[in-house]
Design a protein around this ligand. Sequence first.
Ligand SMILES: Nc1ncnc2c1ncn2[C@@H]1O[C@H](COP(=O)(O)OP(=O)(O)OP(=O)(O)O)[C@@H](O)[C@H]1O
Ligand SMILES: [Mg+2]
Length: 395
Amino acid sequence: MHVTHLSLADFRSYARVEVPLDPGVTSFVGANGQGKTNLVEAIGYLASLGSHRVSSDAPLVRMGADRAVIRASVTQGERSQLIELELNPGRANRARINRSSQVRPRDVLGIVRSVLFAPEDLALVKGDPGERRRFLDELITARSPRMAGVRSDYDRVLRQRNTLLKSAAMARRHGGRGMDLSTLDVWDQHLARAGAELLAQRVDLIATLQPLTDKAYEQLAPGGGPVALEYRSSALDAVALDAVALDASEAGLDTYAAASAHTRDELYAQLLAALAGVRKQEIERGVTLVGPHRDDLVLNLGRMPAKGYASHGESWSYALALRLASYDLLRAEGNEPVLVLDDVFAELDARRRERLAELVVPGEQVLVTAAVDDDVPGVLAGARFMVAEGAVERV
Ligand SMILES: Nc1ncnc2c1ncn2[C@@H]1O[C@H](COP(=O)(O)OP(=O)(O)OP(=O)(O)O)[C@@H](O)[C@H]1O
Ligand SMILES: [Mg+2]
């Protein structure tokens, strides 16, 4: 798919801007702070309903305005669609598809698909587990938009369960009678139900990404690997996880994993058992201790984990390899995503620059941002826009 027109109103630094786009490569060039990333952030938002830079919507609304609108025309094959999203911080966001407002923002997911490379990606390798969970879950949602519902169910149940545990912990400390544990049983079941689905998708995704990431790393940094992705679950041990992965691959779940009922039931039972095992500690500490929200994706390079061991350059190559693998995956599963390279070339040495450029140049739509022209590799000469003082002009 590709975006043929992007229009923003009160989004970030833009009061209003209209940007017509073509397939192929387009670069946005301009000095620091002129609004290049703001443009591609808007496209990323349409694809994931979130920003790669901030976790709440408030900073996305132009200072002084009370709502932002992102509007995009999107073409996939013969089909064109108009998507509109209105961001209302503190209130519900609204969406329209082809001018119909009978839709929820979540229904927009899957129309725009994008893979975004940004300097922030270094945190995938060096940062907290939360960064890697978000990476996995956003990709899961891009593969299968209905997972947005499962994710928000999980988050909601987790919040409610934590509230309950917190009040139980308070009551205990104040010598209260303790809580009615049957309520907690019900929350355990809800948590395990959504958690099992999320876990099954993550395990399957990692099995699918593994060879793609290894290949991408080899292309970016020949001889530097191998890389190995390892899911670390707070609830299941490695043996149980392997069994799930095997189960999933036997069921032929390599694409659009709709985890088999068997895998899901198995995981459900294991999550419930894990919750039962830590219940006493949970009631003491007032927080949910096991589940997908506590898991991590360990990124190994050679025989060591990249985090804490890999050099700066290796960490960068790893992050890029994960993004390239995501791109390959979404592409292979149909509906090619928009590839966004936000300021990444400036961070790379000449060799990796060229390699990355060659790998992405065949993409259906590639959007590149750079502070100076020289940072954009020659093979990515495409349409060019100058971004300055709130204006985006084709040159
Ligand atoms: N909500 C907002 N309201 C108004 N201005 C904002 C808002 N959010 C960000 N900005 C402004 O947008 C500018 C940053 O834009 P952006 O990140 O797109 O820059 P850039 O062109 O990518 O720069 P760089 O080359 O440094 O990455 C900053 O000047 C910032 O003050
Ligand atoms: Mg930028």
